[in-house]
Structures are given as structure tokens and as C-alpha cells.
Design a protein around this ligand. Structure first.
Ligand code: ARG
Ligand code: ZN
Length: 874
């Protein structure tokens, strides 16, 4: 059954306060919930009280202190109905019993490596007690947690600690009170044996707050970076958005079994330990950056999500898109803005564009859902963030900041909608944003096609734009901010055009044209600078024009984009049957290599991180998306490899010098900062191209680097280069790595992932064998995603093997996982979301596998939803 946005109605009842008494026990946890209920003046006055439940056992129920007559209510595992509730405020006391050890869905209250923890978003609270489990019902919570003192010496809840002490018979308790009203999805508790690192913080309002990170015993030396990131996030949100923290404590807990990245529960963020734990020997530069970003993301939710929450789950992008935008801005300020922006766009194109192009496409604000947990998607998160970014480009940074202040002020303590968000900016600027709001409603990636016309006599340059969006041909156009400029032989040209303000042209019609005057030479347009809108640009332009942008544009994003576009064209050309023979690079590739060489000579040393990105070719997935239909992953793989070899050979000794020049200075302590990480990125980009050109020499260099590496980044990069070269050296290195990190599950995840990505026939049996590895666990989401998720999402030639074996391997695994953790299973199944893009043989294999999968039956709602949409739409 579908839940629809248009059916929204306010709740018939409200809950002002919630008192929870939780007695933790591994198999029989008892929860007593005392709810202060009242009829909602905006609801129906004669309505029954209908509380949500999921897998619950009711053991006792009373109303205003009296045990309720069984005829007055009905209770099932999934609902509790009081037929004729009082018409005035009343108290309901509900006692339930749950089994945290048996909870393998990792929703509600569960145990992860002996630690009790909760995950309530989107609808997990109903697995703890019967409740009005919807985000527009907001309550003040007081939670008493009791546990065996030995099993769970640490007891954490939302808000501030008000009381703690012994509870007799070896047990103890803690009482937490959260003064900020919140929806149930932000509830959390933790009980377990955990180590703690902490530091004080004083907010700009002068409020002292104790910041703490809790990790598995013995791992506290790996929590320092996360703790520091909390403090930096708090300071940044004060400076960038004027938002201060609002409780006495801010706690982060790392757990090893977690369905997603992390969760922003009020004052008690619970994290997948992958996004907390870091040490130079176990974490890569990318891990450090991800920890910083996700710590910031969850902290920023304290305002964008918690203080201002969502009215209903259709508004998910209101908190997620906005918070992703905020964490992107934070990371850009902490690191290199240009480099970070390129990373964001790469993620968007790798994950969101294919979603928008396939059967799982949906608007940033979906209109209907069968299972909300399937809508925590790249579209809601990443495209949602792009909408906020476009809004800022349209109205300008100052008006944007003022609008944000107004949004927070007007909606503090409320459950808001996308309309409330836009209303704040309309009020601030006097602008009607209803046309812009179409971005929230339209699925699909718009295409903007552009033609340029230079008139030397008139000294004018005309740009003609046309926007189109598949499936929305008869709908009004989108409002697309296009940052642009003109670039001449010697660099940017100052030319006048009154339609371009602050370097941005706003395309808000189906077709439009703009004219620049005073243009003295034929310019190359630099379009969509900084990737100012989530669209595809189509413009016929020569490699020479693009390479001019690489050399001369001032916009870093478009310089990178220029190199990507040329590489993309060369790869796509090489996928064709009549492609030139591999030994001969051809004049186009030689010109590309020459441009790269010039660029590296001039700039590699001054901005290694950027140079590493310019050297990176579009991924096989990017190429598949570009081709768009009848995709042959093997042809793409060969074509890309050929171009990499040609680039490696063309750059030759330059790469060796770079590899040597970027070596970490010996004796200097490891630092995960962006500049050091950039040097390592360039060093490893060079290594990989050296190996692409010459497997023997590159293999030897990689083996040496693998043996001598002082950081996980360098060790893993060397191993990844080796992984592409079949032979004994590779197997020996893989073995050595596996032995060295046998007791480090998060490091072994990298090892699982790397092997799952090997583009060879043997990978299927390798992956099957690794499923039996002692460190692998089909119940642990990180292990599953590392091995199986990587295989399905990052190894196109093997997942989409022509014989269908890759599809079958995944289908079998997903069926097994669906029995314990439907959310994880559904997430893996989205890997089939691009099957319609494949050539017909592979497409047939996919349909057969998915058809068998469907007909076997017994699927969870999560998996059935993804499967149904994957097979039906588009
Ligand atoms: N709100 C979390 C975030 O920071 C995501 C949690 C989603 N969990 C889920 N089971 N759907 O993005
Ligand atoms: Zn979030």
C-alpha cells in the first residue's frame, strides 16, 4: 500500500511528554512508556487513538492509572487502538517487551557487539513502544535506563543527565531529560562497555558543553580526530550560520553494526564506527575526510532536522538536502573548495544521475512511497543539496544567509515543509519562488543544449540555450542558474551581457538566447562553472576548445570538466568496433596527453590534489551513463584501459618524477590535512598510470611502495594498483595485507572491496570464497557492503557478466540478507537499477534473474518495493 503526500492530515492526538523506563536485558528488555496525550485541536475530535507498533508484545496497559478493560482496546504486534479515548488530556501507560539480541533488522533497540543501541529513523521507535510514530508529533522526553552495571557501565540518553546511581542486585540506572520537544525518530539510548574521550567546548552564547566520543574498549586512541571534528563543526556552524549548540553534553557513540552512516539523535549521535575510528595505520585520507564530513553532517542536523524538523517523510529533503549542503560547505572551508566541489559532482554523477535515468527515479520530494527507508537516496540527499545551492546562486550569498536565519527563527520547534523553507527566502527577498520549486517535483536530469555563434564583424557572441527534461515535455520549464564566462586564447575575456549578473545567467524558459558584446576574438564559453545546476550540458565543441579551458579558464571545476570531457569522448570513441588499433594513440589522444603534460609541468607541484583529479579518467560507470543505452561493460573497460595506457606512455618519465616528488618527507609525522592528502593523491595517481603503461615496471614500483608505505593511503593505493596486475606478486601482497590486518574488521573491508573490484572472470569465485572468510559476516552491514556492495556497484564487467553469474551471485546473497536485514537487502538490490541500460544479452540475464527472484516470493516490503519499481517503470 502506498502512502501519499496528498493524503496528509494532522494527527488526531498529540503527545506532550514521554516518560520511558527501560530495563535493559539481552533477551527480555522491558519498556514502560508513560504518554501525556491530548486531542489535537487540528484533528478529528471523535477519532480512536491509533498507535503504531512493529513486532511488539504488549504486557500491560493503563489509562489515567487504571488498567484498561480489554474491550476498550485492541493490540496486535503492529498496532494498538484505544477505541474511545477521553476527549480531554489523559495519560496512557504502556508496557512492552522486546528482544534486542534477536533484532537483526538493526531498527529499534538492538545489540551490536554486546552494546545496546537504537536506530529510530524513519520508523524504528514503534519497535520499542506503541506510539504516534510520525515526525509532526513532538514531545519532551525523560528516559530512565537501567542495566546490569557490569554489562553496561555506560548508559546514555538524549538531552542532559539528571540522575544516576545503583539500582540493586548489581544493576544501575541513569535518567536523561531532553528539554527540546522532538519527534520519536530522534529518540536514542545506548548501554554498554565503552571507552570515552572528551573535551570541553564553550558556545558563542557562553554555554559550556562537554563533547564526548564513545568507542569500543581499547580504541580510544582512534577517536581523537572525530572529537576534534565535532568542535570544528560547532565553531563553523556558529560562524557560517549563527547556530549554537543547545545542551550540556554532545555525545557520539560508535557501533559496529549500523545500516547507514550515522544518525543525528538529539544530543546522542550514533555512528557506524567506520565514520568515527581513524588512525594513520588503519585509515586512508578518504576515511579522514569522510569522518570529518559525517561528524559535521550529524551535528548540523541539530538545527536543520532537530530544532526544525519535518512535518512528514515526504519532506525528507528539507533536512537531508539542506544538511548535505551545509556539510559540503563545511568541508569546502576545511579543505580545498575547488577540489571538494569536484568530488561532490563526481558523487552526484556516479550515484544520482543513474538513479534519475533508471526505473528508481523519483522527485527530490517524492509524492508516494511504500517503504520510506527506500527513499534515503542520492536524489533526496545529493540532488536535494544541489537545489539549496542553486537557491543560493539565484538570490546571492547575503540574502541566502538572511533567509536561513529567518527559516530557523520562524520554524524553531516546528515540523516544517519545503514550502515553509522557500517561504523564508521569498519573505527575505520579495521573490516568488514558485517556479523554482519545480525542482522538488520533477524527476530526471534536465539537459541543456547550447549553441554558440561568433560574429567577428559585429564583435558579438551569441549563446542559444534550450532545456528539456524527458517525461516533462509539456510542463513549464525549470529555473536553471548557469554560471558562465568566455575564455579567449590568452584567458578570460571581459565582455558585456546584461543578462549575466554576478557571472550567472538564469535560464527560466524552454529556449533563450543571450548576446555578449565587445568580443574581439572567437571565444570558448565556459558553461556551468562550479557545476551551478544538476543538469547535463550538451554542446558540440572541439577537443581544442576544451583543452583551451583546461589551460586558460579561471574556474577550476570547468578546467577539470574540460579534461574529463575530452577523456570521455576518447573513451567512447574507443568503445566502437571501428576504433583505431590500441598501439596507435592517434592524434587526438596525443594532443590530450600533450595538454596534460603542459598542465602538469605548470601546476602539479603547486596544487597536487587538483592535478590528481585532472589525471583521473571518468569511471566505467560514468562512461556507461554517458553512452546511455545498449551498454557493453567489457567494451567500456577495454576502451578506458587503452586510453589509460596511452596516457601513461605519453606522460612517461614525468610520472616517475611526480611519484618521487610527492613522496612524504621522511621523519615528518603523518597528517591527514588536505595538502598532505593531495600529495599522496597525486603520487598514487602517478603510480597507477605508470602501471597502466608498463605492468612490469609499475608492478615493481607498487610492490616497493606496498612494502615501505608509512600510511594506509599509500599502502592501499599500492595494493590497488597491484590488484589490477594478475600474478603471484598480487596474490602475495593480498595475502600479506589480509594477515597483517586480520583483527581489524574495518581495514579488512578495504581488502574485501579491493578484491571485489578486480575486473576478471575469476572474481566471481573469489567473492564467493570471501563470503566464507572468517572475518566476513552476512549480518554485518559494513562487511556486506564492502564485499557484495562493491562487487555490484563498482565492478561493472563482473556484476553484469554476459553469462549472468554476477547477477545470480547478488540475487542469492540479497535473498539471504533479506531474511535478517531487509533494509540492507533493499539497498543492495538497487544495484540492479541500471539494468535497462545494458545491451540485450545482459538485459535478458538481468530480467531472468530478477524474475526468478520475484517468483520465489517471501520478500520483505523493503525488497518487494525496490524489485517492483525496478521491473515496472521506465
Ligand atoms: N538521518 C540520517 C542521516 O544523517 C540517516 C538515517 C536513515 N536511516 C534509515 N534507517 N533510513 O542522514
Ligand atoms: Zn542526514
Amino acid at each position: 500500500t502506498l502512502i501519499r503526500l496528498e493524503d496528509y492530515r494532522p494527527s488526531d492526538h498529540l503527545i506532550d511528554t514521554v516518560e520511558l523506563d527501560v530495563r535493559l536485558h539481552p533477551r527480555e528488555t522491558r519498556i514502560v512508556a508513560t504518554l501525556a496525550l491530548r486531542p489535537n485541536p487540528d484533528g478529528r475530535s471523535d477519532a480512536p487513538l491509533l498507535l503504531d507498533g512493529d513486532d511488539l508484545t504488549l504486557t500491560r496497559l493503563s489509562l489515567d492509572g487504571e488498567i484498561l478493560d480489554p474491550a476498550a482496546y485492541s493490540a496486535t504486534a503492529s498496532a494498538l487502538t484505544v477505541h474511545e479515548p477521553p476527549r480531554q488530556p489523559f495519560t496512557l501507560t504502556i508496557e512492552t517487551r522486546v528482544d534486542p539480541t534477536a533484532n537483526t533488522k538493526l531498527m529499534g533497540l538492538y545489540r551490536s557487539s554486546g552494546v545496546y543501541c537504537t536506530q529510530c529513523e524513519a520508523d524504528g521507535f514503534r519497535r520499542i513502544t506503541y506510539f504516534l510514530d510520525r515526525p509532526d508529533v513532538m514531545s519532551v522526553y525523560t528516559t530512565r535506563i537501567e542495566a546490569d552495571a557490569d554489562e553496561a557501565p555506560v548508559l546514555l540518553g538524549n538531552g542532559n543527565l539528571t540522575e544516576a546511581g545503583p539500582a540493586g542486585q548489581g544493576r544501575h540506572y541513569a535518567i536523561w531529560h531532553d528539554p527540546h520537544p522532538k519527534p520519536a525518530y530522534l529518540f536514542a539510548l545506548v548501554g554498554g562497555r565503552l571507552d570515552r574521550v572528551s573535551r570541553p567546548f564553550t558556545t558563542m552564547e557562553g554555554r559550556p558543553a562537554s563533547l564526548a566520543v564513545y568507542v569500543e574498549p581499547g580504541k580510544s586512541d582512534r577517536a581523537a580526530y572525530a572529537l576534534d571534528a565535532i568542535a570544528r563543526s560547532m565553531t563553523w556552524d556558529e560562524e557560517a550560520f549563527g547556530r549554537a549548540y543547545d545542551l550540556d553534553v554532545f555525545n557520539v557513540v560508535a557501533v559496529s553494526d549500523f545500516n547507514m552512516g550515522a544518525m543525528e539523535n538529539k544530543g546522542l549521535n550514533i555512528f557506524n564506527d567506520k565514520y568515527v575510528l581513524a588512525s594513520p595505520d588503519t585509515a586512508t585520507d578518504a576515511d579522514y575526510a569522510a569522518i570529518e564530513r559525517i561528524i559535521a553532517h550529524e551535528y548540523f542536523h541539530n538545527w536543520s532536522g532537530n530544532r526544525v524538523t519535518c512535518r512528514d517523510w515526504f519532506q525528507l529533503c528539507l533536512k537531508e538536502g539542506l544538511t548535505v549542503f551545509r556539510d559540503q560547505e563545511f568541508s569546502s572551508d576545511m579543505r580545498s573548495r575547488a577540489v571538494h566541489r569536484i568530488g561532490e559532482v563526481r558523487t552526484l554523477r556516479a550515484r544520482q544521475f543513474p538513479e534519475d535515468a533508471g526505473p528508481l527515479a523519483h522527485p527530490v520530494r517524492p509524492r508516494a512511497y511504500a517503504e520510506i527507508n527506500n527513499f534515503y537516496t542520492a536524489t533526496v540527499y545529493e540532488k536535494g543539496a544541489e537545489i539549496v545551492r542553486m537557491l543560493r546562486s539565484l538570490i546571492g550569498a547575503a540574502a541566502f544567509r538572511a533567509g536561513m536565519d529567518r527559516y530557523f527563527a520562524d520554524n524553531d520547534g516546528r515540523a516544517a515543509t519545503v514550502e515553509d523553507f522557500l517561504a523564508a527566502f521569498s519573505a527575505e527577498t520579495g521573490r516568488d519562488l514558485s517556479d523554482f520549486a519545480r525542482w522538488y517535483e520533477r524527476p530526471g536530469t534536465p539537459v541543456v543544449s547550447v549553441e554558440g555563434d561568433y560574429d567577428a564583424a559585429a564583435r558579438t557572441y551569441c549563446l542559444r540555450f534550450r532545456q528539456r527534461l524527458a517525461g516533462a515535455e509539456d510542463s513549464p520549464p525549470l529555473v536553471i542558474p548557469i554560471a558562465l564566462g568566455l575564455v579567449g586564447e590568452g584567458g578570460p575575456i571581459a565582455a558585456a551581457c546584461e543578462r549575466v549578473g554576478e557571472g550567472v545567467f538564469v535560464l527560466d524558459r524552454a529556449c533563450d538566447e543571450i548576446v555578449f558584446s565587445g568580443v574581439d576574438e572567437r571565444p570558448v564559453p565556459s558553461l556551468l562553472r562550479g557545476f551551478s545546476a544538476p543538469v547535463r550540458i550538451e554542446m558540440a565543441s572541439s577537443d581544442a576548445d576544451r583543452l583551451r579551458l583546461l589551460a586558460r579558464d579561471t574556474d577550476s571545476f570547468n578546467r577539470w570538466q574540460a579534461a574529463q570531457s575530452v577523456a570521455m569522448r576518447l573513451i567512447v570513441e574507443r568503445t566502437r568496433a571501428d576504433a583505431p588499433p590500441a598501439e596507435d594513440a592517434g592524434p587526438d589522444a596525443r594532443a590530450f596527453v600533450e595538454a596534460l603534460a603542459t598542465f602538469l609541468d605548470a601546476e602539479a607541484l603547486s596544487d597536487p590534489a587538483f592535478a590528481a583529479l585532472v589525471l583521473g579518467l571518468p569511471s566505467e560507470g560514468d562512461v556507461a551513463n554517458e553512452i546511455g543505452g545498449d551498454v557493453d561493460p567489457d567494451a567500456i573497460h577495454r576502451a578506458r584501459r587503452t586510453l589509460r595506457r596511452q596516457i601513461g606512455q605519453g606522460l612517461g618519465r614525468r610520472l616517475d618524477s611526480l611519484h618521487a616528488a610527492m613522496t612524504d618527507a621522511t621523519g615528518v609525522a603523518f597528517s591527514p590535512d588536505a595538502a598532505s592528502a593531495g600529495r599522496r593523491a597525486l603520487r598514487n595517481a602517478a603510480l597507477d598510470l605508470i602501471a597502466a603503461a608498463d605492468e612490469v615496471r609499475g608492478g615493481e614500483l607498487a610492490a616497493t611502495q606496498f612494502a615501505e608505505a608509512a600510511t594506509m593511503t599509500d599502502r592501499l593505493a599500492a595494493l590497488s594498483t597491484l590488484a589490477a596486475i594478475p600474478g603471484e606478486a598480487r596474490e602475495a601482497a593480498l595475502h600479506a595485507f589480509g594477515v597483517r590486518y586480520a583483527d581489524e574488521p574495518l581495514v579488512l573491508d578495504k581488502w574485501f572491496a579491493l578484491q571485489a573490484m578486480i575486473p576478471e572472470d575469476g572474481t566471481i569465485s573469489r567473492v564467493a570464497a570471501l563470503q566464507g572468510h572468517p572475518a566476513f559476516a552476512i549480518t554485518n552491514p559494513n562487511r556486506v557492503r564492502a564485499l557484495l556492495g562493491t562487487f555490484a556497484m563498482a565492478n561493472p564487467t563482473q556484476f553484469a557478466r554476459p553469462d549472468g553469474a554476477g547477477f545470480r551471485l547478488m540475487a542469492d546473497a540479497i535473498r539471504t540478507i533479506d531474511g535478517t536485514n531487509p533494509q540492507l537487502a533493499a539497498r543492495l538490490l538497487t544495484a540492479f537499477g541500471s539494468w535497462k541500460m545494458l545491451e540485450s544479452g545482459r538485459r535478458t540475464q538481468a530480467t531472468v534473474t530478477l524474475g526468478e527472484f520475484a517468483s520465489a516470493g517471501g520478500l520483505s516490503r523493503d525488497v518487494a518495493d525496490i524489485l517492483g519499481r525496478t521491473l515496472e517503470n521506465g
